[in-house]
Write a protein that binds this ligand. Sequence first.
Ligand code: NAD
Length: 264
Amino acid sequence: MTINIILAGPRGRMGQEAVNMVNQESDFKLVACIDRKNGGKEVKDIAGLPPLHVPVYENAKECFEAVKADVFIDLTVPEVGYYHTKLALENNIRPVVGTTGFTDEQLNELAELAKSSNLGCIIAPNFAVGAVLMMKFSQMAAKYFSDVEIIEKHHDRKLDAPSGTAKKTAELIRQSREYKKQGHPDEEETIRGARGAEMDGMHIHSVRLPGLVAHQEVIFGSPGQTLSIKHDSLNRESFMDGIKLSVNHVMDMKELAYGLENIL
Ligand code: NAD
């Protein structure tokens, strides 16, 4: 069966990678793109994209009404991503969303809409399968190691710190261990922030440098041993397996799933 796909954000770093991935998958077919510019043109007219005779729309509503599709992929910015996702569900199209930064209120509203429409919807802040496994393995390890620190490293254009993945990892670890205030009870920072951010007694350190993509190391320690669980996204190709998996999976779902871990 061919899955017909509309994609928003084709000129972005994630979007370009995703257009190429969809184009290379024999069971996927790109049927339209939604872009801020280039309305009325075709994908082939946009620099860096494959030579496809696929229409580009600036108006998402017009696109969803004119083009028949099974799945909608959003890789844009939170304000428009939320609006697009809602519109897709209202037009009977299943969303797969990589855009990050939705509020809890928006997520709850989309979950209700997906459920009442009987439609699958996947929103995942990290589509790298390895990153999801890193979080799961960390949750397993936290049952046996109560002391842990998280070091996450990203490119310097990232706006939020700590990363959504670091927060999610800390949350999963929190569910697996008793609260523990780590480090020496009397420890002092001679420079403020030296011990990083604190969540539930564990410390998170955020590094921001040009050249990095998305990296995280979770270090556990107990007397006489340490355990490091580390994941590196070296480029945006690392997120494509998760998007591919989600496009296939969302076809059989009837509600919203938040996080790739829910479908792995
Ligand atoms: P980018 O800045 O390269 O691309 C952003 C895209 O959004 C561009 O195509 C831009 O044209 C489009 N856009 C911006 N404003 C728009 C508007 N008003 N209407 C329509 N389109 C608009 O960013 P990126 O690195 O490609 O990331 C895109 C999104 O994916 C971000 O939200 C980012 O946080 C997220 N992301 C998610 C994952 C994941 O695994 N889920 C991984 C990396 C990035």
